[in-house]
Design a protein around this ligand. Structure first.
Ligand SMILES: [Zn+2]
Ligand SMILES: [Zn+2]
Length: 377
């Protein structure tokens, strides 16, 4: 088990034993009736209460430590947003930045899934990694490619289901862990099919960019994040010119990314390459030029599409562009310059929602250095 996620473990165990994911999850005590149906709930991917954890481990013949190692919550020790939302403040349902805690679907690296040469990996495909659920993971440095975020055939986000559940068609037997289980409800040609069934690794890998500078920028950023997220990684790093804990740093990154997004394209000059800036602009449906006329249009557009600005972009390339920009701003160590940038971004973010700058500034867990800049301005 190399950083395997609970859903990946259930899928591989079901396939290995000729069972279904829902039957495995039921044996592990993870299938309460939800909205009238037996379901695997997304909250179980994050953490389990001690008694339930012990029962699930026993049923899966794992130690409790191994069982804990399948859940996302332990990643919160280094990825601050997970800890803030799930470990310390379990009832904060209305958090503005909640979507930044983990992705509701599984991203994946095609090569990691196909090139696992262990006995199990050859038959069942490689493990679905826990870290593929973190918004700050968008590329595979080892295979030098972007992660994929949806089925190449039906374009449904992988493993996502509706209403707090995980995995569609979890009671369908005889599907390989690499096959898509989504209902292809958006494809008229395939209406009536019970599920998509395509192999998610069926199409070619996602190249980062034909531009060398863009490729390097994306891989360097991912490599920096991977190092910070690794269990043996540094416990401290730099943010806004001061030393902060790694968990705090990721809270700063999340907060800055939200501000960059809400005020885009103000911070465009901090984006590593024009190709990445264009990816972000395109994803937001904004015009590149920012004269007075387009500004009026985009303000109306922004308000109508607030949700687009508050969640991490789903496309890995766009997320890389956004996070790279946020990281560059946090690396500004000159306080006046940093305050000035934040002031301008806050002003633009008010176009989206008058209270937004205050709300994102009050999120707990951000470093004192960033918070002081936020309140000073
Ligand atoms: Zn890979
Ligand atoms: Zn599909």
């Amino acid at each position: 088990m190399d950083d395997e996620s609970l859903i990946g473990f259930i899928l591989r165990l079901a396939s290995h034993t000729g069972s279904t994911p829902i039957a495995i999850a039921r044996r592990m005590g993870l299938t309460p009736r939800y909205m009238g149906r037996m379901s695997i709930l997304t909250k179980h991917l994050i953490s389990l209460p001690p008694g339930q954890l012990a029962d699930a481990a026993h049923a899966a013949r794992l130690s409790e430590t191994e069982m804990q190692g399948l859940l996302l919550a332990p990643l919160g020790e280094r990825y601050g947003p997970l800890a803030e939302d799930y470990l310390r403040r379990p009832h904060s349902r209305n958090s503005y930045l909640r979507p930044w805690t983990y992705t509701r679907h599984s991203q994946f690296c095609r090569s990691c899934l196909l090139e696992d040469k262990t006995d199990l990996g050859m038959i069942l495909g490689g493990s679905w990694k826990r870290r593929w659920h973190l918004p700050v993971v968008f590329a595979c440095v080892r295979h030098r490619q972007l992660l994929k975020d949806s089925c190449p055939h039906c374009h449904t986000p992988i493993h996502a289901a509706r209403l707090g559940r995980f995995l569609e068609n979890a009671n369908t037997p005889d599907l390989h862990p690499l096959q898509c289980r989504a209902f292809p409800r958006w494809n008229p040609e395939e209406r009536g099919m019970p599920f998509c069934g395509a192999y998610v690794t069926g199409r070619s890998a996602s190249s980062i960019s034909s531009n060398l500078q863009t490729r390097d920028a994306v891989l360097n950023l991912q490599s920096t994040f991977d190092n910070l997220l690794s269990v043996n990684g540094p416990d401290f790093t730099e943010s806004c010119g001061t030393t902060v804990s790694t968990a705090q740093y990721f809270n700063d990154v999340r907060m800055m990314a939200t501000l960059v997004l809400a005020s885009w394209p103000h911070a465009r000059r901090y984006t590593a390459t024009p190709a990445l800036a264009m990816a972000l602009t395109g994803a937001l449906g904004l015009l590149q030029h920012d004269d007075q006329r387009t500004r009026v249009q985009t303000t109306r557009y922004r308000r109508a599409n607030q949700a687009l600005y508050l969640a991490p972009p789903q496309a890995p390339r766009v997320r890389a562009a956004l996070l790279g920009t946020a990281v560059k701003i946090l690396a500004v160590s000159e306080r006046t310059q940093l305050s000035n940038e934040v002031w301008h971004m806050q002003r633009r973010a008010r176009d989206l929602h008058p209270e937004l700058p205050q709300k994102i500034g009050r999120q707990p867990g951000i470093s004192p250095a960033l918070m002081s800049i936020f309140y000073v301005t």
